[in-house]
Design a binder for this molecule. Structure first.
Ligand SMILES: Cc1cc2nc3c(=O)[nH]c(=O)nc-3n(C[C@H](O)[C@H](O)[C@H](O)COP(=O)(O)OP(=O)(O)OC[C@H]3O[C@@H](n4cnc5c(N)ncnc54)[C@H](O)[C@@H]3O)c2cc1C
Length: 557
């Protein structure tokens, strides 16, 4: 494997680039608000097409929903059951692209669906054969029927006596698994390396309008408080569940004026739905395959997935009214996950076994709201379900392009759709796309299974550069069960120099995933990480906010 030399991105230099652009009176072709999967995908696609691109996230890249997924690159067996063939086929195609472009952080994973009733093996097996067929040339391996003995050999943690009787067998199929936050970082860094200006900790506070059209935005440096008025010919609102807040800024006033938040009420586009994950030790699901329960007692889907040396259990789908940055799990959700996992795992996990709990908000789109917006002159795609899991692109009368919904797996296809619609509307000049379908992200090199504890392997071809940094052998944290992998001093330095990390949370939640794997361990690491960051960034880095956050990830309701 050829080793790659990462590029350093000092924050001051990036903001200087912004200041130089604005003081020269230059405009960006495209300004993207939001640095989750959706916004980063749009920024990279546009950059590869040769556009001059700015992306800003108010917090860190993927700090919203995009670091809290179940981490499955999948077509969605559940959507197949609902007959959503188009969504499944597209996602399976995109799954192939993700695994090819970032093999160090996205890989195939075997899933076992256990059967405790005589008809389940055949019924689910046929459905999964159809899933294979839909993936076409992007298939990751054939579905096969398992005897009871084979099912237990694949999933040593599986109960022999299940909820509806004795284990009859199972079905094994293949899907993808990835590290969501690290994939987001790779998108950000690949876009930077190709010329985009990509900023974290940079909230957009207003939109600029000229003659009723969006012509830029106001960006605040989240560290210094300095405000910048940035001109852009096209602005994309990719703020996930927060899109309605940015849509509220889209109120044209007089020429050149900034739109004020909440100037006029709009029908909210997004109905957030929360999903909880619990992390327990690998001992609950030994082996390297995942468990899929196709139908829980109340008809939902439940996963138990080996990830970075632990087991991720989830998830739920609970409507929520607020848009909290750190939504809290509900007691009923935690009880549901533990109860259902205990019906299938030989060792039933208890509350005391949970090492981390994290919650994400799905941006489900209300088709009625899309219709209402279309009635006011916005261009929009149609949808028929009560709440759509497909993505929606909406272009307001003033030209603000809003994109939300969809899945992590389909971020690339969503980006192509956004650019196509922006070009069709004349917001950007036409330029051919498709190049991101086979675009290796930084460090791309075949990696070890993501079921193993995190280690140097997730740095791909940049691992040699990581090892060359001070502290490559100084392990701050080791995965306790395996004694391998973990977080080294060099990884923290790498995060600060090459991966735009600014806070303890940036390191422990997203560059490394310790917070998601073991919140107590993450809390203990905070001071050491802050010391290394202080040295690397040349300014005091404090632990207060992270310590409070880690306590949240440890606490069950
Ligand atoms: C529980 C759960 C499990 C999931 N599991 C999977 C899975 O296994 N596989 C899969 O494919 N998909 C999965 N998904 C879906 C997937 O995670 C989301 O579709 C995707 O992450 C949404 O990305 P996004 O960029 O649209 O939103 P986000 O990741 O939330 O990004 C929006 C960004 O906008 C920023 N922002 C907000 N306001 C402003 C502002 N004013 N200025 C600047 N920035 C701003 C936020 O800080 C945030 O980073 C899951 C979702 C949930 C909730």
């Amino acid at each position: 494997m050829a080793s790659a030399t990462p590029q350093a991105w000092p924050r001051a230099a990036l903001w200087q680039r912004l200041a130089d652009t604005t003081s020269a009176g230059q405009a960006f072709d495209l300004a993207v608000i939001g640095g989750g999967a959706t916004g980063l995908g749009v920024a990279l696609d546009a950059t590869v097409r040769g556009f001059k691109v700015l992306l800003a996230d108010s917090h860190d890249f993927a700090e919203g929903t995009s670091s809290r997924a179940t981490k499955l690159a999948h077509g969605g067996v559940r959507y197949l059951a609902q007959g959503d063939i188009g969504l499944v086929r597209e996602a399976l195609h995109e799954r192939g692209a993700m695994l090819a472009n970032a093999p160090h952080v996205a890989q195939r994973l075997g899933f076992v669906m256990p059967a405790y009733q005589w008809w389940e093996r055949g019924f689910y097996g046929l459905g999964l054969k159809a899933y294979d067929a839909l993936s076409g040339s992007q298939g990751l391996g054939g579905t096969r029927w398992l005897s009871a003995q084979q099912a237990q050999a694949q999933l040593p943690g599986l109960r022999r006596q299940g909820p509806q009787g004795v284990l009859q067998g199972g079905v094994m199929y293949w899907d993808g698994q990835f590290d969501d936050a690290r994939l987001a970082l790779l998108l950000a860094r690949t876009a930077l390396a190709r010329g985009a200006l990509v900023l974290n900790h940079a909230p957009v506070t207003a939109l600029l309008h000229e003659h009723g059209q969006v012509r830029g935005l106001v960006l605040r440096d989240g560290e210094t408080g300095a405000e910048h008025r940035v001109a852009a010919r096209c602005v994309v609102n990719a703020t996930g569940v927060w899109v309605d807040g940015v849509r509220a800024l889209d109120q044209p006033t007089e020429a050149g004026a900034a739109g004020a938040a909440g100037a006029a009420p709009q029908t909210p586009l997004v109905a957030p739905s929360q999903g909880v994950h619990l992390v327990v030790d690998r001992a609950f699901l030994p082996g390297s395959q995942a468990l899929l329960v196709p139908k829980t007692a109340d008809g939902r889907v439940l996963f138990a997935v080996p990830w970075y040396g632990k087991t991720v259990l989830g998830t739920t789908d609970t409507p929520r009214k607020d848009l909290a940055r750190e939504p809290e799990p509900m007691a009923a959700e935690v009880d549901f996950i533990l109860r259902e996992a205990g019906r299938y795992l030989a060792r039933a996990p208890q509350r005391a076994d949970v090492r981390s709990v994290w919650v994400g908000l799905r941006p489900l789109v209300k088709p009625q709201a899309v219709a209402a917006a279309a009635a006011t002159g916005a261009a929009a795609g149609a949808s028929t379900q009560a709440l759509s899991r497909e993505h929606t692109v909406l272009i307001s009368a003033s030209g603000l392009v809003t994109v939300t919904g969809g899945k992590w797996t389909t971020y690339r296809a969503m980006a192509e759709d956004v650019l196509q619609q922006a070009m069709t509307r004349g917001l950007l000049p036409p330029r051919p796309g498709g190049a991101t379908a086979r675009l290796s992200l930084l460090g791309a090199a075949p990696g070890r299974p993501l079921a193993e504890p995190p280690g140097e392997h997730i740095y791909g071809s940049e691992a040699a550069a990581l090892r060359a940094l001070p502290g490559a052998e100084r392990w701050l944290w080791r995965d306790a069960e395996s004694g391998r992998g973990g977080l080294s001093e060099a990884m923290v330095r790498f995060a600060a120099r090459y991966e735009l990390a600014r806070t303890v949370g940036d390191v422990l939640a997203r560059r490394s995933r310790v917070l998601f794997l073991d919140a107590a361990a993450a809390a203990e690491l905070a001071a050491s990480v802050a010391d290394i960051l202080t040295e690397e960034l040349g300014r005091a880095v404090d632990t207060t906010a992270f310590t409070a956050l880690a306590a949240k990830y440890r606490r069950l309701p």
